[in-house]
Design a protein around this ligand. Sequence first.
Ligand code: ACM
Length: 649
Amino acid sequence: MTEGKFRLDERFTMAVNGFTNERLLQYARRVMQRLVNRSGIFLIQPEVKLSPADMPGTMVLSCRRQGKLALNMDESYTLAVTPAGIALQAEGDIGILRGLETFLQLLAADETGYYFPAVVIRDRPRFPWRGLLLDACRHFMPLEVISRTLDGMAMVKMNVFHWHLSENQGFRIESQTFPRLQQIGSDGLYYTQEQVRDVIRYAEMRGIRVVPEFDIPGHSTAWLVAYPELASGPGPYLIERKYGIMDPTFNPALEKTYTFFKSFFAEMSRLFADDFLHIGGDEVNGNEWDANPGIQAFKKKHRLEDNRALQNYFNTRINDILKKNGKKMIGWDEIYAPGLDRQAIIHSWRGREALEKSARDGYRSILSNGFYIDLLQSTAYHYLNDPLPADSQLNVVEQKNILGGEATMWSELVSTETVDSRIWPRTAAIAERLWSPGTVRDVDDMFGRLDNISAGLEEVGLAHVKNREMLLRRLAGSSDAHSLRLLVGVLEPVKEYDRHNSGKPYTFFSPLSRLVDAAIVDPAPAREFEKLLAIFLKNRDADTFKTIMCTFAAWEGNHERLLALVRSAPLVGEITPLSRDLAALGNIGKEAAAYIFNKGKAPDDWLEGAKQAVLAAAKPKIELELRPAKAVLQLLEAVVPVSRQGKEE
Ligand code: ACM
């Protein structure tokens, strides 16, 4: 921070000085429009100028060359704001894109209007690989989802879009060499090559690499529907509708498997520009291999001791093919084995062990374990998941092998309507973990900034907030959704794989339109309640008491309205037990807070009954958890029972 403020008014202009290209210009134009929309100012010179305008109120962008979109690309920039003007400088144009996002983040307001605080920021990323995986297979993700996701990524300075394109549930890209893949393996839900080129271009214009994943030899049912002769089992194969680890696996003992991949990867290597291609390699259960006498004989002949060795053999053959096509291999941590090509990158998902072990052995690696955003864990958990924690035992050279990480959006339980709310805003916290110094890890501070970023994400088209309203309206039918909105504000979806274990028979076709789909992780009303409760327990002041009593009363009063809604909206019926629990929390909370505020003592049997009721309310129901139950339990802990009278104080 330096002295003063740069005031934003209608004289503000933006000019490029020195090197320019289409990417820089278009990005700058979009940033100008976002600034105009945020501030409501009618600029006199709204066009981005191509010459340095030497007038007050100018922001000058200057760089020296076109950045190369590749691993270790230069994303550094310097942003200097003074009361007289703003200068954004970088070596390459990609640094300017990153700096423009920081510039927008700095926009502030006071009673006089909008301004940018005077600062000098010299910035560059901590890790070179900051990615987001989107699974376009378990549920297909249309182009508009991809483009708004890329816009969100650019906003939080992420630079790798990992596109998961093949799975048991679908093969999602056009192959001109093997058109049966998309014709038979996709239900018609796939990207044409022209669309893929558009996505790559769209990403490139935002400084984002596109790394495609073709998951082999397992996770491959959809390919084998089209080409059963390449499978390890007898088939026949059908596109998978359920979720989990499946048997269908490519046959690594057949030469024609490699002939097929030679042509396939030659085609895909031409289509995708990035140096890296992800081969998956995860969760090969070996059932088909064990049951196939030809494969057993092949293993014996090649002295392959077990299925792991057989998969390593397969990976080596695939790696040779990729190399011939100018690509480097990346794969899930199962690919990590003795003799693996030094150029290969290990993608750690089952734990951190492979990440660190491979880094020690001289391999580069990235982390996704702890960044599985599909598992609906807290933002704080992801935020504190550091690929290179302060107590890392790796030496300086080994540390350099850790390239960063990726958030993973697996799509078993998301649709185009809900995927944004599963990715955002939590992925912004992961983006910060991967960009900012490891010492930046204050969770409260992060949440303070996250709400701002979340609003900004809406500005670039993400539907993580507005679609929740749409889902609630659909649930409510023609009735008022107010009671649902209040309820969903304090609910969280169950975590990890609990939705799959909930008894609902989830498949590709299942509804993803219930209250659990509208619920999000870390909903603001629940977080605010926890903050308020902590203040009340500390200060026990009249103002906080009054506010918290209002919240409890609202919870209690909501149940009647919800019951009225259920009569006209049957889909809401399953929610009734949760609503009743919330009313109970409200009722108990009111009494408990009153005991505490009035310094009263509660009858022991009331206190015991209240605890049991809160514990019952804390149990997940219809795949949802009532988040405030824990906080209300804390409140009860602070209530003094009658039986303690005389023993304390
Ligand atoms: C994975 O989640 N199976 C990579």
